[in-house]
Design a protein around this ligand. Structure first.
Ligand SMILES: CC(C)(COP(=O)(O)OP(=O)(O)OC[C@H]1O[C@@H](n2cnc3c(N)ncnc32)[C@H](O)[C@@H]1O)[C@@H](O)C(=O)NCCC(=O)NCCS
Ligand SMILES: Nc1ncnc2c1ncn2[C@@H]1O[C@H](COP(=O)(O)OP(=O)(O)OP(=O)(O)O)[C@@H](O)[C@H]1O
Length: 247
């Protein structure tokens, strides 16, 4: 199995693209969904967020008020860093668990939808391919304002909290341009999926795991042979059996 890191900018169309991959039966791990789970009240990250940001960012139900927290972190870079340092380790742990699950299930590749993939660039080294969901800056701003009901200034602050899409373009191995209509995006996803399906990259991981398992098995057998005599390993009695009465 190999990993495909998918990223983009805020409202550039990651969810739209991922929906097509899901329709095709692909395994997808969504960092935004996990980010919502790890800040539920009984999780460690929740306690830390309340400790640092105060109870003003809570709804009456006790859950985090995402709009209020978003307003704070998108206009204060140091508070954004703080929130990232609380949530990212928890998000990454959960992603790892899901990767293992898909590996055991035998998927050829898994798509990791990570909005800050290129910002947190140490993650890219684990990806066999990286996909950027691009959208021209004017369309991105218009879609963000419309979807989230934001003013131009608020939307610009959110876009500015991430690396510019033109910079991310240079870092990605594949680009899906979502500036046009949904049909054009869909066609690009179908083409990319066909390329990933045809790729033999997944064989390397299977070969590596197979070799590791065989190597560990061989080592375990060698150690057992050292500890126990061969006769015990073969389940043979080591002492002489009592002689049978004759006559
Ligand atoms: C700030 C929060 C509460 C806003 O919640 P909200 O429901 O309004 O937005 P949602 O989670 O759906 O995120 C929408 C988009 O905002 C952008 N975004 C989210 N967090 C960040 C961040 N820390 N820095 C830059 N962009 C971000 C991403 O493009 C993301 O796709 C939430 O995004 C959050 O908890 N962020 C910190 C965790 C994180 O980094 N998530 C991104 C995935 S790793
Ligand atoms: N090709 C398209 N044509 C018209 N509208 C689109 C297109 N692609 C996406 N949209 C709309 O733009 C908005 C952003 O798209 P989407 O939610 O897929 O982006 P995203 O990158 O997942 O956003 P975020 O990560 O910020 O949640 C949505 O309201 C979506 O319906």
């Amino acid at each position: 199995m190999f990993l495909v890191g998918l990223s983009g900018g805020i409202a550039s169309g990651k969810s739209t693209v991922v929906a097509v991959f899901r329709e095709l039966g692909c395994a997808v791990i969504d960092a935004d969904v996990i980010a919502r789970e790890v800040v539920q009240p009984h999780f460690k990250a929740y306690q830390q967020i309340v400790q640092y940001f105060g109870t003003e960012i809570l709804l009456e139900s006790g859950e985090i008020n995402r709009e209020a927290l978003g307003n704070i972190i998108f206009s204060h870079p140091e508070k954004r860093q703080l929130l990232n340092s609380i949530t990212h380790p928890e998000i990454q742990k959960e992603m790892l668990k899901q990767i293992l699950k898909y590996f055991v299930l035998g998927y050829r590749y898994v798509i990791l939808d990570i909005p800050l993939l290129f910002e947190t660039n140490r993650l890219t080294k684990f990806m066999k391919h990286t996909v950027l969901v691009y959208c021209d800056p004017r369309t991105q701003l218009a879609r963000l304002m419309k979807r989230n009901g934001l003013s131009r200034a608020e939307a610009e602050a959110r876009v500015a909290s991430q690396l510019p899409l033109d910079e991310k373009r240079r870092l990605a191995s594949h680009i899906i341009d979502n500036s046009g209509d949904r049909e054009s995006t869909r066609r690009q996803v179908l083409r990319l999926h066909a390329r990933l399906e045809d790729s033999l990259d997944y064989l390397w991981a299977r070969l590596a795991v197979g070799t590791a398992v065989a190597g560990l098995g061989g080592l375990a057998y060698f150690l057992l042979r050292l500890i126990w005599p061969t006769s015990q390993l073969a389940n043979e009695p080591t002492s002489k059996p009592p002689s049978q009465p004759t006559g």
